[in-house]
Design a protein. Structure first.
Lengths: 515, 415
């Protein structure tokens, strides 16, 4: 092995800002040659942004700071530049073309040409077979990728990276979608690659994997580097990492609320959901309830099944083979479609308002009425004057900052868009609101307004289920918090007993250790 | 007039509302025009094209006889464009309408001409076939999930083939006089008139009065709900302008052959579908689906049902167009309706519909269709070669959509 002080990569004082938000501030990252280096942090801590800076997705010049590769400064203008220097990133969502063969995917954009510029298929397939052997995948290179499971697809990605003469391999949540056998295989492969001299950076939420495989870890929080931990020195424990990830105080950022929970409004029993295309349970026997005047939180890491749970409850909008029972006010209901769910007083405000929540080309008025349009209609005819009135009162109550209700929603700020989404669901007069990441991507002031609105709703006797990646937000807003890990409820904690460390521990709990 | 009462009470509140409107810039003519460039753009384009061809043909294109001709000649395209714009708003496309026009016309001809049934049996048979075809397309698009492009491309071949079967590869003609009247008949001389048809003018007057009344009612409601409205002068100017155009149009028709029956059908359809798209739950859901399918689904819109009825409706309107076309050509031909789908699609896009769905209006599609109609008609009057006509129409479609794309990019950049 090469000298351990020899850093293959150094990122110095990286600062990257998006309009209104500083995603990264003075982040420092050092990776030694031939090690496996883990990057830890909560959702939104800046891990992915940092990797996008490194790989040139955000080109040189769009951020401040320095990147040193082998000690010399580099300026990547795109992903091709970084790949040329041997940096390959494998994203959480695999970037393979499903109907092309393994060999075609491996050499996509790097086709093995023979004489006359035509693709030499024999050479391609033979080379691909060698690469597959090196990652321990026993598949025919002409097999279409779509026929492989996620674990094997991941191996194809790695084979593809090796074909590009990778020196620094970045894996973003590589085991998030894998079962235990595939995960173990992948981790073994990473060790072998390291021994062959390929440096790995691994972004992961699974702390047990990190402590078992990584040589060192950098912890990020809120777009800043917290610390760099070494395995060799014994400081890299799960407890230490968790403390670094969550170690901020809850400030008085959350409006006061007197909690007076009433009757149970919604109860889910033994709820299981299968992935729409893969054969695995995304939600596995989850049970929870929420009462009137109560905010119940769902905490879980990326891929834990939070959104999937919520959407499957909301008119079976996600997944298949959904089993379990759903009660509203103690009465079992069947909400097989979104319309039925709305009819039963359930509302779901999506985590991705631009893709799933709003019609961005329409105005505020039409978006506010979209889910409850029938309330404005008689015999199918919409009373558009009443519609304006409803939109106007929403604009006033929610303090939506827009010149008029005829303003197109796509041009509003994130916070105002979120208020439109909330208005839309409040107009359906729900009993229970499921709010999925209600403050994602909105600024601090608007967050406070959203919290105030949520408090007003529960004061009016509504029940709220709040899904959030920000633990301080859950601790500041909720009465009780459920933790979800790998589709299972791993804990239910009253807020008085909850700490970030405790929640994080429950969220990172393994499948096996769940009782 | 009925409008004086609301206007006098409105004036004061209208002024305060328009003062408020100034804050958001809706009353300033320049921003008003800029903001509505897309919408007003097509009207301006229509006026320019009408003026251009009036000039090029020495006023012949605006003669009473020619205006009547334009109405008769392009009414079925406009009927198709109504259905097509709804399909396009929903994010689909329908390539089959030309074939469906042929098939419905053929069925009608077989029933009326070959089997000797009364004219209305033919009409009902054609409508039934149109609805069935629409249900067929709707089934594949909505419930099986095949893209409409493919389904209707298949339908284009399928229903053309069925037309040939139904007609045994030969033309059928002529229709009895009653059937022929649908597209070639006029309401004329019902209340007399000297050298002109008073009835046509009366209907024109009623239409203008209806427009004015509904304009005032909408405005009054807007003011009551404290919404910004255009300045009162601008509002009156708009009413006066539209009223003048309609009355001039009625005047020209009255000096030709009177009020074409097909124009009444078309006007009724435009009115009904204009309301349907803007004022009904169904219409709103079409926009919602085209604007953001996922968001519509998660808002409880029954996407499949809506998509199904979009196509049933297109089938129905194709049948109406088929009846009008067969009536006008006084028979059914195997090749009838060829390329109609392209004219209808072009009308919708020129009229401001967006390729990505979620945007478009019935009125816009009508203006788009009229632009195409006036151009074709004008070039025919000038004796422009058929090949060149096609070139010009193609370029106009391209420029119109390019303008739309440019506008969107500009709007996106200003975000």
């Amino acid at each position: 092995m090469v000298s351990t002080d020899d850093n293959i990569l150094e990122m110095r004082r990286i600062t990257k800002t998006f309009p209104g938000v500083a995603a990264l501030q003075d982040v420092t990252l050092a990776v030694r040659r031939g090690e496996i280096h883990a990057i830890c942090g909560e959702n939104g801590a800046g891990k992915s942004t940092l990797m996008k800076v490194l790989s040139g997705v955000y080109p040189s010049g769009s951020y401040d700071g320095e990147i040193l590769l082998d000690g010399e400064p580099v300026h990547f203008r795109g992903i091709r530049d970084s790949e040329q220097r041997g940096i390959v990133i494998i994203h959480q969502e695999l970037a393979l073309v499903p109907y092309l063969s393994i060999a075609e995917n491996i050499f996509l954009g790097n086709e093995q040409r023979g004489p006359g510029g035509l693709i030499d298929w024999n050479r391609s397939n033979a080379e691909a077979a060698k690469l597959l052997a090196s990652v321990g995948l026993a598949e025919n290179p002409v097999t279409p990728v779509v026929q492989l499971g996620v674990g094997k697809q991941q191996l194809v990605e790695i084979a593809k990276a090796i074909s590009k003469k990778v020196r620094l391999l970045i894996l973003d949540e590589p085991t998030a979608a894998l079962n235990d056998v595939d995960s173990a295989h992948l981790l073994n492969l990473m060790r072998r690659l390291r021994d062959e001299g390929i440096t790995c950076i691994m972004i992961s939420h699974k702390l047990n994997e990190i402590t078992s495989i990584a040589d060192s870890t950098t912890v990020l929080r809120d777009g800043r580097t917290v610390e760099r931990l070494e395995m060799a020195s014994g400081e890299m424990t799960q407890e230490r990492i968790i403390r670094g990830m969550v170690g901020r105080d809850i400030n008085s950022f959350y409006p006061e609320r007197v909690s007076t929970p009433g009757e149970e409004v919604l109860r889910i029993e033994d709820w299981s959901v299968r992935h729409p295309t893969q054969d695995r349970l995304v939600v596995d026997g989850a049970s929870l309830n929420v009462r009137a005047g109560e905010v119940v939180g769902i905490a879980g890491l990326m891929g834990a099944g939070r959104t999937e749970l919520a959407m499957s409850v909301f008119g079976r909008s996600y997944g298949r083979d959904i089993t379990g029972r759903l009660f509203v006010h103690g009465r079992e209901v069947r909400a097989r479609t979104v319309a039925e769910a709305i009819g039963n007083g359930i509302a779901y405000a999506t985590e991705d308002r631009k893709r799933f929540g709003l019609n961005l080309i329409e105005d505020i008025r039409r978006n506010v009425s979209a889910a409850g349009l029938r309330r404005l209609a008689r015999l199918g005819w919409v009373n558009d004057n009443e519609e304006i009135k409803v939109a106007e009162s929403s604009r006033r109550d929610m303090n939506i900052k827009a010149p008029s209700v005829m303003s197109v929603v796509g041009k509003l700020s994130g916070g105002n868009q979120q208020k439109v989404v909330l208005s839309k669901w409040l107009f359906t007069d729900p009993e229970v609101l499921i709010l999925d990441e209600p403050t994602r991507g909105i600024d601090v002031g608007a967050k406070f307004e959203i919290y105030t609105i949520i408090n007003r709703l529960v004061a009016d006797g509504k029940a709220v289920i709040m899904i959030s990646s920000e633990l301080p937000e859950l601790l500041g807003m909720c009465d009780r918090i459920y933790t979800l890990s790998a589709g299972r409820i791993t804990g239910e904690v009253p807020v008085a007993e909850a700490t970030q460390e405790k929640l994080m521990e429950l969220m990172a709990k393994d499948k096996e250790s769940v009782g | 007039m009925t409008s004086t009462k609301p206007s006098s009470t409105d004036r004061k509140s209208a002024e305060s509302a328009s003062a408020a409107a100034l804050h958001v810039g809706t009353s300033d003519p320049r921003t008003l025009i800029l903001n509505n460039l897309r919408q007003s753009g097509i009207f301006v384009a229509l006026v320019v094209i009408v003026a251009l061809f009036a000039f090029l043909t020495d006023g012949l294109s605006l003669s009473p006889g020619n205006i009547t001709n334009i109405v008769l000649q392009y009414s079925y395209i406009l009927v198709l464009a109504i259905g097509m714009v709804i399909v396009i708003i929903g994010g689909h496309i329908d390539l089959s309408v030309g074939s469906v026009v042929a098939l419905t016309g053929a069925v009608s001809a077989v029933v009326v001409i070959r089997q000797g049934q009364p004219w209305w049996v033919g009409v009902l048979a054609a409508l039934a076939v149109g609805l069935a075809v629409g249900a067929w397309h709707g089934f594949w698009v909505a419930y099986v999930g095949i893209p409409a492009f493919i389904v209707t491309l298949a339908g284009m071949l399928l229903f053309r083939g069925l037309t040939l079967r139904v007609l045994d590869n030969i033309s059928l003609s002529p229709f009895p006089a009653e059937y022929n009247r649908i597209a070639a008949g006029f309401l004329n001389g019902l209340i007399g008139g000297d050298g002109y048809d008073a009835f046509t003018l009366l209907i024109g007057g009623i239409a203008v009065a209806g427009y004015v009344v509904s304009g005032f009612r909408t405005r009054a409601a807007r003011v009551r709900y404290q919404q910004p409205v255009e300045s009162f002068a601008l509002f009156v100017a708009r009413l006066a302008l539209v009223g003048a155009v309609v009355m001039w149009f009625a005047w020209q028709l009255a000096h030709a052959r009177g009020l074409p029956i097909v124009l009444i059908i078309l006007a009724a359809l435009v009115l009904v579908y204009g309301l349907l798209t803007r004022r009904t739950v169904f219409g709103r859901q079409v926009y919602a689906i085209g604007g953001n399918l996922s968001a519509a689904m998660l808002s409880g819109v029954k996407v499949r049902t809506v998509n199904f009825w979009i196509f049933v409706n297109m089938g129905f309107l194709s049948a109406v167009a088929g009846i009008i076309f067969s009536s006008r050509s006084n028979g059914a031909q195997p090749a009838a309706g060829n390329m109609f789908e392209l004219d209808a699609i072009a009308a919708a896009f020129i009229g401001g519909a967006a390729v990505t769905g979620g945007v478009g209006t019935v009125v816009g599609a009508m203006v788009g269709g009229l632009i195409m109609a006036v151009m074709s008609n004008g070039m025919q009057l000038m004796g422009v070669d058929q090949s060149l006509q096609s070139v010009v129409k193609g370029l106009v479609l391209l420029v119109a959509v390019a303008f739309d794309v440019y506008n969107k990019r500009r709007a996106g950049a200003s975000r």
